[in-house]
Design a protein around this ligand. Structure first.
Ligand code: MGD
Ligand code: MGD
Ligand code: SF4
Ligand code: MO
Length: 756
């Protein structure tokens, strides 16, 4: 089942293609999907990736009939194929239109009253009998900021548990950990515009061409205008991104920290470090401790020679040297970009630190085109979850659960009694499902995420969700999914375009998605469902607002005086704008393109004597960390000799509930295949098109083999989008000790030939 070719879906006649214009048919940006001029256009944002492209939704007869890129937004009127195909998901046959309740083992149609009474009853009973920590919320970087906030407030301030986590833990937690340890505050300091100024782009563990296609378009635009721009890609696979790069460092899985350290080694040895910048703005750190010296750092980095890195990573020493020289060349702007190949690793936070080190060592930071820039996966992982503090250890806008003063401040802002907020962080994603498995968490509310497919070590956690003595509520826009099939109650959620709210994308850009149409069937916006649950649990008084716009007012106040200050982003201003970048305090004329930079960031005093101020840390200095290369949690061995790598393809989104409901997308790359190297296939006596059984210590799954030169010998790549072939039955749930983000990218498997 190969499906139609990629070229074909890009050339659907109704789609205005910019490919000819740009001459890059391979990943073609589109203008949208406009079969006929609609009655009206409603301003919104694409609901898929963290690029956060502005769109207009075309509405005719109360239906979404068209979508087009917003020419005034950062995406300059373009969308990728997923964005262009958004209208089709709205009316898919798999849309869930009414509540479902499990009766005698089967999910059956029920009324809202019956479903909500059951949910509230079960939660109330568990809280009374087993305490507030026996219930939990598991949310998403795709929820709207206001609804994620309502859930966070209900669970933390109302019920009194910090068991609020979400899929950004599987995704951005290591980047958040990296920013927080290196700069004291989460979130990138740069912006998309930096791409237009970059002379070197170091792209690590990120397949931008498929996963952030519209930002990749911007990278290629830069390269076209300025052919001297160097693109370096570090990825064990020869991805579509790598194929277009000037240099591809195809490292062994998990062995790229050594490359970053070796690049730093070359920078120091060649005298390319900016010592004046380091003296003014940087401190050094090791373990958990900052305050080490430049001399200590130089000693540490001395051991990471390019030859050593070459041995450890399987790349060539001269390439590593060249990459470092390109990056550090004086007078040239350098930008680092990274995503899951970095974050989904047991050394995820450390690798983040090492990437940030390169910009700090060279002083290439806070200047146009020079910045360490983490690409966010989901459209609102930044805004709703990281900024909004909807994780087990966080409170809104940079506040921490473990910090007594922060709790006290939030108790005051939320108007709850002192001591109401629990001092102990809740369960992070994997720990939460472990607690469910162990019977410690008994009621779980899942919203806008599909953990039955997306969690690592799927067999274990699918079993936990299916336990008869646990109560699983799933708010979903589609059914069945690999999670809703396990639920006790499934609540029909309004989808994108059927409700209003704010998303915050990779570059600190907040933008409003306006409501375009009424929800399908009996579906309701998640906000409405949560407010109803709050009322039924006796916490209605915590919610003085009735809708998303009301919640936003509260959020503005919570951001006041924090590093996130967006008090200037009133609802009206968001409506009129095409996205605004925080910090943007009330009264500020425009948003902040470059954080920590005098003259741009309003939180840096105008009188500050230097061009940057890293105000996130008390000493005003960023940290260059000494981080050693270790191996992955589960390296291949004699019994499980292959490394399984998992990820994405251009046409599909995560668990396929949405993109799998679009006919043209489903026909392309939807079925998961095992991509393997020809040398391995020869050795195993397996051919392209054969069935193989992949087995790990945790599970097994059959796939058709696809022969490709893209992967290193000894590796297998499978995408995560196919609900019928779950790569996550194989993946390992070992996680980074600091970020608690699991190592989806590396698991040991064996490959057996299977019958067709
Ligand atoms: N089309 C599409 N786009 C998406 C999404 C989607 O589902 N579909 N999802 C969005 C989300 S939530 C996310 S998080 C992003 C993810 O965006 P990306 O991170 O770009 O995508 P992935 O395919 O998960 O992984 C990226 C690369 O990491 C590489 N990798 C694996 N192991 C290593 C390693 O040890 N070192 C290095 N350096 N690289 C390694 C893989 O080979 C892979 O090419 O995409 C977003 N955009
Ligand atoms: N093997 C492997 N596994 C991975 C990864 C990997 O690289 N490899 N990546 C991880 C990462 S980075 C991520 S972000 C996760 C993503 O994993 P998930 O979050 O589990 O995947 P999605 O398919 O995005 O799930 C979102 C669900 O919300 C539903 N939905 C859409 N809109 C709404 C709405 O408005 N309200 C409600 N209530 N529901 C809605 C959709 O139908 C869909 O089922 O997967 C992780 N899992
Ligand atoms: S690049 Fe991302 S945000 Fe933009 S249209 Fe594509 S999926 Fe949507
Ligand atoms: Mo993600």
């Amino acid at each position: 089942m190969r499906g139609i070719s990629r070229r074909k879906i890009f050339h659907l006649p109704v789609v205005t293609s910019a490919a000819a214009l740009l001459g890059r048919a391979d990943w073609t940006p589109l203008r949208g999907f406009v079969p006929a001029e609609p009655e009206r256009w409603v301003k919104s944002v694409c609901r898929y990736c963290g690029a956060g492209c502005g769109v207009y939704i075309g509405v005719t007869g109360g239906k979404v009939t068209a979508v087009k890129g917003d020419a005034q937004n950062h995406n300059r009127g373009f969308v990728c194929v997923k964005g262009a195909k958004l209208p089709e998901i709205m009316t898919a046959p798999s849309r869930l239109k009414y509540p479902l309740v499990r009766k005698n083992g089967k999910l059956e149609r029920a009324s809202w009253e019956e479903a909500m009474a059951l949910v509230a009853g079960k939660f109330r009973e568990s809280i009374e009998k087993n305490g507030p920590d026996s219930v939990a919320f598991y949310g998403s970087g795709q929820g709207l900021t206001e609804e994620t906030y309502a859930a966070n407030k209900l669970f933390k301030a109302g019920i009194g548990t910090n068991n609020v986590d979400g899929n950004p833990r599987l995704c951005m937690a290591s980047a958040a950990g990296g920013y927080t340890t290196s700069f004291g505050k989460d979130e990138p300091m740069g912006c998309y515009e930096d791409i237009d100024h970059a002379d070197v782009l170091l792209i690590v563990g990120s397949n931008m061409a498929e996963c952030h296609p519209i930002l990749w378009m911007r990278v290629l635009d830069r390269k076209e205008k300025n052919p001297g721009t160097k693109i370096i890609v570090v990825d064990p696979r020869r991805t579509r991104t790598a194929r277009m790069a000037d240099m591809h460092l195809a490292c062994k899985p998990g062995m790229d920290l050594t490359i970053m350290n070796a690049m730093a080694h070359v920078i120091v040895k060649e005298g390319l470090a900016d010592e004046a910048f380091l003296k003014a703005h940087v401190t050094f750190g090791q373990g958990a401790e900052a305050g080490k010296t430049w001399e200590e750092y130089r000693k540490f980095i001395d051991a990471y020679t390019p030859e050593r890195a070459a041995r450890e990573s399987g790349c060539r020493a001269e390439d590593i040297v060249q990459a470092a020289l390109w990056f550090a060349a004086r007078g040239r702007a350098a930008m680092t970009l990274w995503t899951m190949g970095v974050n989904q690793r047991v050394q995820g936070v450390w690798l983040n630190n090492l990437l940030m080190n390169l910009n700090l060592l060279t002083g290439k930071i806070g200047l146009p085109g020079s910045t360490p820039f983490s690409l966010t996966g989901q459209p609102n992982a930044c805004g709703g979850v990281r900024d909004g503090g909807a994780l087990a250890h966080l409170l809104p806008y940079g506040r921490l659960v473990a910090n007594e003063a922060h709790r006290a401040e939030m108790e005051k802002l939320w108007g709850v009694p002192k001591g109401k907020l629990a001092a102990k962080p809740g369960y992070s994603a994997v720990e939460l499902f472990q607690a469910l498995d162990e019977g410690k968490v008994k009621c779980l509310y899942v919203m806008t995420t599909n953990p039955g497919q997306s969690l690592p070590n799927g067999n274990r956690y699918r079993k936990a969700m299916a336990r008869e003595d646990t109560f699983l509520v799933v708010a979903e826009a589609f059914h069945p999914t690999r999670t809703s099939e396990l639920a006790d109650v499934v609540l029909p959620a309004a989808l994108w375009a059927e409700k209003e709210g704010v998303y915050g994308c990779s570059e600190r850009r907040y933008q409003l998605l306006e409501k375009a149409i009424e929800p399908a069937g009996e579906a309701k916006p998640d906000m409405e469902i949560l407010l109803e649950l709050a009322k039924r649990l006796g916490h209605g008084s915590l919610f003085q607002f009735k809708d998303a716009a009301g919640a936003w007012e509260e959020l503005l106040a919570l951001s006041q005086g924090t590093a996130y200050d967006f008090t200037g982003m009133t609802r009206d201003r968001l409506k009129q704008s095409h996205g605004l970048l925080w910090p943007l305090p009330a009264g500020a004329a425009s948003g902040t393109r470059r954080r920590y930079v005098k003259g741009d960031d309003p939180l840096v005093p105008a009188a500050h004597p230097e061009r940057v101020k890293f105000y996130g840390r008390p000493d005003g200095r960023a940290v260059v960390w000494m981080r050693d290369q270790k191996g992955p949690a589960e390296p291949p061995d004699a019994e499980y000799p292959f490394t399984l790598n998992t990820g994405r393809v251009l046409e599909h989104w995560h668990t396929g509930t949405m993109t799998g409901s679009v006919a043209s997308l489903k026909a392309t790359n939807y079925v998961a295949v095992a991509e393997m190297n020809p040398a391995d296939l020869r050795r195993l006596g397996v051919k392209d098109g054969d069935q193989v059984l992949l087995k790990s210590r945790r599970g097994e799954q059959a796939f058709e083999v696809r022969e490709t030169e893209n992967g290193r010998e000894g590796s297998v790549f499978v995408h995560m989008h196919d609900p019928n072939r779950l790569c996550n039955l194989l993946t390992v749930d070992a996680f980074d000790a600091a970020s608690k983000e699991p190592e989806f990218k590396i698991a040991a498997v064996k490959v057996e030939k299977a019958a067709k």
